[in-house]
Design a protein around this ligand. Sequence first.
Ligand code: NAD
Length: 271
Amino acid sequence: MKDAIDIAVVTGGGHGIGRALCRRLHRDGTKVVVADLDAAAAGVVAAEIDGVAMALDVADEQAIRELVDEVERELGPIDLFVSNAGVAFGDGPSGATSAKGGLNPADDRWEACWRVNVMAHVFAARALVPRMLERGGGRIVNVASAAGLLSQIGDAAYSTTKHAAVGFAESLAIDYGDRGIQVSVVCPQAVATRMIGIEDDADSMDGGFGGNDVDGIMSADDVADIIVAGALDGRFLILTHPEVATYVQRKASDHDRWIGGMQRFREKLKT
Ligand SMILES: NC(=O)c1ccc[n+]([C@@H]2O[C@H](COP(=O)([O-])OP(=O)(O)OC[C@H]3O[C@@H](n4cnc5c(N)ncnc54)[C@H](O)[C@@H]3O)[C@@H](O)[C@H]2O)c1
């Protein structure tokens, strides 16, 4: 695999972590395709970084295939594909078994989380891995969450699908990591973005919900730097908040005890 990242695609590049990744990659000399459901936001970011904006719904496999085709035809081989777009809705008042509540009807929330947080990664890999294998390698970075290793209190669909995203990245790395495809999975805790109620370019990083700000909220710029460094370093698991490694060890050493601790934490958050 070549070292330089000449061409990259970042999904969800119009806002938050994706936007910061686009900017960071541009500073490193990469031509960046900013792909987002929010085409206007993608356009603003692309204009700023001399990139290419593309409207994309990552839940649509055909659309991902067409994007990969078009980028490789017009710009050249994709060296790095970052599946960063993600959604979260919250459980609503009745908790993990909620049938309604939150921002959308429950089944729609589960379906959206499944398609955007998991299947989009599968769709991108289906489109890219054969091409990358043929040319001797490439980098795939999938943005999951610390909720994919631990749990997001108050969001069962998010926690479940982020676990699935980590599982899919593991499968990809196991199947193709020794054939030139560098797979990374990113598992952040709180990052100051619209996902946790903080607008892009907000003056303050106050926000956070469900205890996800327990170890502090990081800026999207700092997170993007860690992601790019981790990917260039060839790391599979990229942790932006180092505390997560300790929590994962505690969970693995005594799962029942960990559940008890999370129950107490949930109670504390209510007060
Ligand atoms: N912010 C956090 O605290 C945090 C923590 C852990 C993981 N993450 C993950 O980081 C990733 C980026 O989230 P963020 O925090 O920057 O949030 P964000 O809401 O600021 O950005 C998400 C971006 O994804 C785009 N998007 C949503 N659905 C899409 C779709 N179907 N197709 C294409 N684009 C779509 C949105 O338009 C937006 O630009 C997500 O996968 C999220 O789960 C965020």
